[in-house]
Structures are given as structure tokens and as C-alpha cells.
Write a new protein. Structure first.
Ligand code: KG4
Ligand code: ZN
Length: 353
């Protein structure tokens, strides 16, 4: 019988890489004892995007209460913890440092090991936690406000990057299009809701990188095409609700199609039969439906974590951290945050940043 990989027992995860402060307790790498997420949507809504300075200030305001709530909800004291896992990058440095400094102080006080987790490795760990049928090797598609990337995921090694966006992330494109259409922040759910009422063939937006081979993505051209279309119609204020819905639906169709084309190409190229989609944009209904239809037709498995594990959370950090701690890995209190870190590199453990 195959032996299960060693896993740390009770792990507190802390995530603060962008505009969510989150803490969670996980038992045996599988059982979610608590999952607390404090979102800053209201802080950033007036600006139509995340303001880094405001994000770190608000994190500092709530970090202690969020961690306390996660421990209380789990019924776990500091002395019961077998480890603390914290996001060290990539992300906004000011935001990361709040969670990181707090995690260091807690680990010192609790006398337990501290381990740094790569934010995207965390997103992928959420997919495995949510779907026990998901087994390496598989294709990981990370789609969020900061990332659009494809990874080959193998057991017990860091995921291998196959392709990524050359400019904007797909979630960022959703957020910018929402702003252009006057739909508010965060943009993804708003564009998706509006688009649900529109005609996705109303505007023939360019399919990003349609004629390019390879597995990289690009969203700045599509974003510019939407901006020109909105301008041509006299701006969001001059557009009817139907016009807004049609543009939103047409943008969503183009954005999703480019994800689909590259995901299928990567599955073929790598000889993989399963894909897991993680990150905030994995909550998108159109993406879910189209990928599931393609999977049924072409015979590959599709795994989406539930929405609360798709967007930033600390369960995913605890899950990735429990494995690292189980393998005997940990980091010292000199640990620092990194805004950019390719998956597979661990600058906080002496590698190159
Ligand atoms: O993973 P996440 O919570 O934070 C980052 O690490 O970026 O992702 C947030 C992103 C935002 O850009 C948001 O607009 C997008 O995910 N998003 C969506 C949907 N829900 C969230 N995009 C498209 N459709 C959705 N339903
Ligand atoms: Zn994320």
C-alpha cells in the first residue's frame, strides 16, 4: 500500500498578499477547523482597484483580530499549534510584511516552526484539498487579479511554469473593464453578472494571442479594444443597460476563450488528463461551464475548488505549509517578503530572488 506523505497536524495559515487578510486552522492537512477572511473591497471600491498603501494599513488594523478569530473558531490555542504557515510572496510587499511580521511574532511566542509559502503554490494546494480525486501529475491554471499562468504539477516538487501572461492578468482585465463600464469593484463578479444578461456575439473582440503558438497569455490588447468600443459608444454614461451587458458578455467570451485555447494546448503538449483551475477568476461561471463541456467532449477531468477556496484565503496557505512542515522544512525569523517569486524558487530559503 502507498504510504501517505507526512503532514503537520495543526497548522495556522496566514495570508495577506493583496487585499484580503485571512487566517485559518487546518488539521491533518485536510480538515478545515476555521477559515476567516477579512476583505477590503469597501476600502478600494472608490478607487476601482487595490491601493497598496491603504491595503497594508488596513491589514495592520485587523491582523490580530483575524488570527484570534481563526484560533477561537477552531478551538485551538497557540500552544496546540504544530506550525504556522505564511505567504512570503509574490504580492504587494507592504501587505505581505504585515502577515509575515505577525506570523513571526506568533511562532516565536508559540515556540513552533514557521514556514514560508508561495502564494500560487497555495492556490494549487487548495485545489487538491477540495478535490481528493485530483492526483498529480495534472495541469494547474492559476487565474487571479495578479496572475495568469499554467503549471505542470507533480507530486512533492515545486510546480513547473509552462506559460504566463506577458502583460495584464486576466482578473486585472476584468477589473479594468468593469471600471470602463461603470460596474464597480471588484470587477470580475460585476462583469460576469452584467454579461449574463447580454449577447456575447454583439462585439467581435480580438481573441488574445489567437494566432500565436506557445502557452503565454496577453490581455492588454483586449482591454484596449474594450476601451475603444466604450469610447465609440460615447462612454459608459451614454450606454444603455443592454449595451453595457453586450460589451461585458463579449469581453468575457473573448477572455475565457483565450484561457480555454491555451489550457487545451497545454494538456495536449504535456500529455495530461486533468486540469485544476484556481485563483479568483476560477469563480467565473462561463469559464467553469466551457471548460467542463470541453472536458466531457475531449475526455479530460476538470477540477474547480468551491468559490471560497478560489479567491484568496488562508486554508490554502495552511494546506501547502502543512506539507512543507511535514517534510521537515521551516524558515527562520529573518524571513522576508518578496513581491516577485517564480514558483519553484524559494528566495527566503537562501535561493535567488
Ligand atoms: O485570487 P484573488 O482573490 O486575488 C489575487 O490573488 O489576485 O483574485 C481576485 C480576482 C479579481 O481580479 C476579481 O475581479 C476576479 O478575481 N474575480 C472574477 C470573478 N470573481 C473574482 N473574475 C471573473 N469572474 C468572476 N466571477
Ligand atoms: Zn491569489
Amino acid at each position: 500500500m502507498e504510504r501517505a506523505a507526512p503532514i503537520a497536524e495543526r497548522v495556522l495559515g496566514i495570508e495577506s498578499s493583496c487585499d484580503e487578510m485571512a487566517a485559518a486552522v487546518l488539521r491533518s492537512g485536510r480538515h478545515v477547523l476555521s477559515n476567516v477572511v477579512f476583505s477590503q473591497d469597501e476600502v478600494h471600491a472608490p478607487y476601482g482597484g487595490v491601493v497598496p498603501e491603504l491595503a497594508s494599513r488596513d491589514h495592520a488594523r485587523v491582523v490580530s483580530a483575524v488570527a484570534e478569530a481563526a484560533l477561537a473558531e477552531a478551538g485551538v490555542g497557540l500552544d496546540d499549534l504544530d506550525g504556522i504557515a505564511v505567504t512570503a510572496g509574490p504580492g504587494l510587499v507592504g501587505s505581505l510584511l504585515v502577515g509575515l511580521s505577525f506570523a513571526k511574532a506568533l511562532a516565536y511566542r508559540a515556540g513552533c516552526p514557521l514556514v514560508a509559502v508561495h502564494h500560487l503554490a497555495g492556490h494549487l494546494a487548495a485545489a487538491e484539498l477540495a478535490d481528493p480525486g485530483l492526483a498529480a501529475p495534472y495541469l494547474g491554471l492559476v487565474v487571479s487579479g495578479g496572475h495568469t499562468a499554467l503549471y505542470r504539477v507533480e507530486a512533492d516538487v515545486e510546480p513547473l511554469l509552462l506559460g504566463q501572461t506577458l502583460d495584464d492578468a486576466v482578473g486585472e482585465a476584468f477589473d479594468k473593464v468593469a471600471k470602463l463600464l461603470g460596474l464597480g469593484f471588484p470587477g470580475g463578479p460585476a462583469v460576469s453578472r452584467a454579461g449574463g444578461l447580454g449577447n456575447c456575439r454583439a462585439v467581435d473582440f480580438p481573441r488574445p494571442m489567437a494566432k500565436k503558438s506557445g502557452l503565454d497569455f496577453s490581455y492588454s490588447g483586449l482591454k484596449t479594444a474594450v476601451a475603444l468600443e466604450v469610447k465609440r459608444r460615447g462612454g459608459a454614461e451614454a450606454m444603455s443597460e443592454t449595451d453595457v451587458a453586450d460589451v461585458a458578455a463579449s469581453f468575457e467570451a473573448a477572455a475565457v476563450e483565450s484561457l480555454l485555447v491555451r489550457a487545451r494546448r497545454a494538456l495536449r503538449q504535456e500529455g495530461l488528463r486533468q486540469i485544476a483551475v484556481v485563483g479568483g477568476v476560477a469563480a467565473n461561471r462561463r469559464l467553469r461551464e466551457e471548460l467542463e463541456t470541453a472536458g466531457d467532449r475531449d475526455g479530460f477531468g476538470v477540477s474547480f475548488p468551491p468559490p471560497e477556496l478560489c479567491t484568496d484565503n488562508a486554508v490554502m496557505i495552511a494546506a501547502a505549509g502543512a506539507r512543507l512542515l511535514g517534510r521537515g522544512e521551516s524558515d527562520g525569523l529573518e524571513l522576508s517578503a518578496f513581491s516577485r517569486v517564480p514558483v519553484g524558487q524559494t528566495p527566503w530559503r537562501g535561493g535567488s530572488p
